[in-house]
Design a protein around this ligand. Structure first.
Ligand code: SAH
Ligand code: SF4
Length: 441
C-alpha cells in the first residue's frame, strides 16, 4: 500500500514519524507525498497546547475529504494517546488510533485498516523504547536521534508525562550504533533528543558520558542535545560541553517563568536565583555559549508583578532566543485544577510584549556578532535566495552567505557582515579570494 505520513509537534514526533515510515517500508509498503494516491494517511499528532490539538483535529477532518473514499485515515502520537477511542466519534471516517507506546503494531494495524477494520491501541508500556526497531530512519545533514522517552517531572501545566509515560533511556550502545550508521549515510550534525536529557542513565553511563561516547563517532562534526532541565543540570555536563570538541556551545534551558511563586506552582523545583546562578556558572565555564529558553505567559494566578519578573529575568539573562507560549489548560494535569484566571486578552498582550522584548535582545546579540568569524556547517541553497547558501553556526544560528556548492556538508569559516532579527548574513574570507577553504577536522 502507499502510505502518507504527516507530522505535527516536536522533534521527538519527527523522529517517531521517521521510525514509523521505516517500519512500514520494511513491511513492504511504499511512501507517498501525494494524498490523492495514498491508500493510508497517518497524522502524528501533538497535544502540548490546546491549539495544537485543535489543529490536528481540524487537519484530520480535512484530510478525510482529500484522500480517496476507500483510503484509510489514522492518528498516532500524543493526541491519539490522550483521547483514544473518543477520537473515532470526534473525526468521522477515522480508521485507527495508535498511542505513543504502540507504534510497533502499526504495520499490522495498517493491514487491518486496508481491509476496512477499525482499531484503537493506546495501552501504555513504560518499558517500550523501540529497541527492536533501531534507526537509522532518515539521513539528512542534520538529524535527530532519540536517547530517551517519557518524562518523570510532572511540571504542573504539562501533559507530556501523561501521554508519553515514564522516563526510559535508550542503551548507549544502541545510540552509538545509530549515530554511526547515520553518519555513514551523510549526517554530520546530530541532535540527541529527550524530554530531560540530564536524567539519562544507562547503568552507570550518564548523559555527559554518552556525549563522550558519541564524540568519538568518526566523521561526525557536531553534537547538539535537547532538552535540559535546570533542576538537575550537572557540573559534569557543563564540563562535557566545554571539553568535547564536537559538542556545540548551545544549551536549550527552559526557564518557564521569572517569578518564584509561579515557578513553585509550576513544580519546576528551582528558583529564579538558582537559574541565574546556573547560567552564571555555565557562562563562566563556556564563554560565548548560546542559551535559549521556553517561557509561558498567563499561568493561573500570574499577576502583573509575576509577569514583570519574567520580563526582568529575560533582560537579565539575555537569551539568544526563546520559544514563548500562552498558557493553555491541559485536562488531566495538576494545573488544570487551578482557576485559569488570566483573561485571554491579557495572555495575548503579555505574549506580545515578551516577543517584542526578545526580538530586541536577539537582534542586539546578533549585531554584536558582526565582524566576528563563525564556524558554519554548510547545509544547502538558501530558501529565500538560491544563489546563496545557508548553514548553522555552532551556537545554532542560521547564517546566509555565498560559497561554491561543493562546500555543502563541510565546515567553513564565515565572517558576519550584517544581521536581521533571526538571521545572520556573512561572507567567507576564502570565497573573496575565489576559493572557499573548508575547515574540516
Ligand atoms: N521537555 C521539554 C519540552 C516540553 S514541551 C521541556 O521540559 O522543556 C515544550 C514547551 O511547551 C515547554 O517547555 C513549555 O514552555 C511549553 N508548554 C508545555 N505545556 C504547556 C501548556 N500547558 N501551556 C503553554 N505552554 C506549555
Ligand atoms: Fe513537560 Fe516538565 Fe517534562 Fe518538560 S520536564 S516534558 S515541561 S513535565
Amino acid at each position: 500500500m502507499k502510505i502518507y505520513v504527516e507530522t505535527y509537534g516536536c522533534q521527538m514526533n519527527e523522529y517517531d514519524s521517521a521510525m514509523i515510515r521505516s517500519m512500514l517500508v520494511s513491511a513492504g509498503h511504499s511512501l507517498t507525498s501525494d494524498l490523492a494516491e495514498a491508500d493510508v494517511a497517518i497524522v502524528n499528532s501533538c497535544t502540548v497546547r490546546e491549539r495544537a490539538e485543535q489543529r490536528v483535529l481540524g487537519r484530520l477532518r480535512h484530510l478525510r475529504g482529500l484522500i480517496g473514499k476507500n483510503a484509510a485515515l489514522g492518528v498516532v502520537g500524543c493526541v491519539a494517546q490522550r483521547m483514544g477511542e473518543e477520537l473515532l466519534s470526534e473525526v468521522r471516517g477515522l480508521d485507527f488510533v495508535v498511542g505513543t507506546d504502540r507504534y510497533a503494531l502499526i504495520p499490522d494495524i495498517v493491514e487491518k485498516a486496508g481491509r476496512g477494520l477499525k482499531c484503537v491501541e493506546t495501552d501504555q508500556d513504560n518499558s517500550e523504547d523501540y529497541g527492536d526497531h533501531p534507526g537509522p530512519f532518515t539521513a539528512s545533514l542534520s538529524d535527530f536521534v532519540s536517547v530517551m522517552r517519557g518524562c518523570n517531572n510532572y511540571c504542573s501545566y504539562c501533559i507530556v508525562p501523561h501521554v508519553r509515560g515514564r522516563e526510559r533511556s535508550v542503551p548507549h550502545a544502541t545510540v552509538f550504533a545509530e549515530v554511526k550508521a547515520l553518519v555513514r549515510l551523510g549526517m554530520r550534525d546530530v541532535t540527541l533528543l529527550g524530554q530531560n536529557v540530564n536524567s539519562y542513565r544507562d547503568g552507570p553511563v550518564t548523559f555527559a558520558q554518552l556525549l563522550g561516547i558519541i564524540n568519538d563517532v568518526p566523521d561526525l562534526k557536531r553534537i547538539r542535545f535537547a532538552t535540559s532541565h535546570p533542576k538537575d543540570l550537572s557540573e559534569e555536563l557543563i564540563d562535557a560541553i566545554a571539553d568535547l570538541d564536537r559538542v556545540c556551545e548551545h544549551m536549550h534551558l527552559p526557564v518557564q517563568s521569572g517569578s518564584n511563586s509561579i515557578l513553585r506552582r509550576m513544580n519546576r523545583s528551582y528558583t529564579r536565583e538558582d537559574y541565574v546562578a546556573l547560567i552564571g556558572s555555565i557562562r563562566k565555564r563556556i564563554p560565548g555559549i548560546a542559551v535559549t529558553t521556553d517561557v509561558i505567559m498567563g499561568f493561573p494566578g500570574e499577576t502583573d508583578e509575576d509577569f514583570h519578573a519574567t520580563l526582568s529575568l529575560m533582560e537579565e539573562i539575555r537569551f539568544d532566543s526563546a520559544f514563548m507560549f500562552r498558557y493553555s489548560v491541559r485536562e488531566g494535569t495538576s494545573a488544570a485544577t487551578l482557576d485559569d484566571d488570566v483573561p485571554e486578552a491579557t495572555k495575548i498582550e503579555r505574549l506580545k510584549t515578551t516577543i517584542e522584548l526578545q526580538k530586541g535582545i536577539t537582534t542586539a546579540i546578533n549585531q554584536e556578532l558582526i565582524g566576528t568569524q563563525l564556524e558554519v556547517l554548510v547545509d544547502g541553497p538558501s530558501k529565500r535566495d538560491a544563489s546563496r547558501m545557508f548553514g548553522k553556526s555552532r551556537s545554532g544560528k542560521t547564517v546566509i552567505f555565498e560559497c561554491p556548492d561543493e562546500c555543502a556538508g563541510k565546515l567553513i569559516h564565515v565572517r558576519v557582515t550584517s544581521c536581521s532579527a533571526w538571521t545572520l548574513h556573512g561572507e567567507t574570507e576564502a570565497w573573496q579570494k575565489g576559493l572557499a577553504r573548508p575547515v574540516d577536522r
